[in-house]
Design a protein. Structure first.
Length: 260
């Protein structure tokens, strides 16, 4: 058995898609890395390394698929289906969505696996209003509105808003005006600020670590979607780093273009 995978960057992207599909399949079967390790006869840490490095032989891949009582071809079929899911809206669609904050709220709720009843119980919406908003999201192909007001997500796991698009700008404004209005000393809150002088190499290393932390956040968010709503709470993380100087110090610079 062999996989016909393109070479180079396309091959890496395809491998990443296969591993992501494998993770989702394991999760849907209620299987953990420990279960995989026991089936393969290796340590759980070795399984984590396999997934982190995306380093699977066909034999290993087949063994894991057998654990789920499925063929590799079924896994690839699932992956192909997931590729058809929407990963981004158009500028026009985002502009329309951000113009209606209630519908945007509903979109974020369903993206986080809230049910029709969950949304009605939490927000001041009538059933008619909510159905109308879900129908609008169905038209955008973000969801499929099914009988009895059930919702099927059509957003891929790598769905994102357009960088610097209407919705990203909306959230940026909310972050600036609202997110930082806190002393960050309550339950589940933290704020860490550090300042110093770094080399470009150290700066780049820290940025990569920040990107990995953001990826962990997204992974936890995806994994926790299966938990009941009562066991989850809205959480946001802000990670930022840039060349920066206090505005009070900028006035003392001899050269306005030279930062220290």
């Amino acid at each position: 058995m062999s996989l016909n995978v393109p070479k180079g960057e396309s091959r890496l992207a395809e491998t990443g898609s296969i591993v992501s599909a494998l993770k989702r399949a394991l999760k849907s079967h209620g299987l953990t890395y420990r279960d995989v390790g026991e089936a393969l006869g290796i340590a759980e840490s070795s399984v984590k390394r396999l997934f982190a490095d995306k380093d699977f032989s066909l034999k290993r891949l087949d063994q894991i698929c057998q654990l789920m009582h499925m063929e590799i071809s079924e896994l690839l079929q699932k992956m192909d289906q997931e590729k058809r899911l929407i990963s981004q809206l158009t500028l026009e669609q985002e502009a329309w969505l951000v113009s209606d904050h209630k519908t945007l709220l509903v979109a974020i709720c369903v993206a986080n696996r809230w049910t029709f009843e969950d949304i009605l119980n939490a927000y001041k919406l009538t059933e008619h209003e909510l159905i109308k908003m879900l129908a609008a999201l169905d038209k955008l192909k973000l969801i499929e509105l099914q009988p009895n007001n059930r919702v099927k997500l059509l957003m891929s796991t790598d769905f994102s808003w357009i960088p610097n698009g209407p919705i990203s700008r909306f959230f940026d404004e909310e972050v600036q005006s609202n997110f930082f209005k806190s002393r960050f000393n309550g339950p589940g809150e933290a704020r860490i600020f550090a300042s110093g002088m770094l080399s470009r190499a150290s700066n780049e290393i820290l940025i990569r670590k920040m990107e990995r932390l953001a990826q962990e956040f997204r992974q936890f968010n995806e994994e926790d979607q299966e938990l009941p709503l009562t066991e989850r709470f809205g959480s946001s993380i802000m990670i930022a780093m840039r060349p920066w100087e206090l505005a009070a110090f900028e006035a003392f610079r001899k050269d306005d273009n030279k930062r220290f």
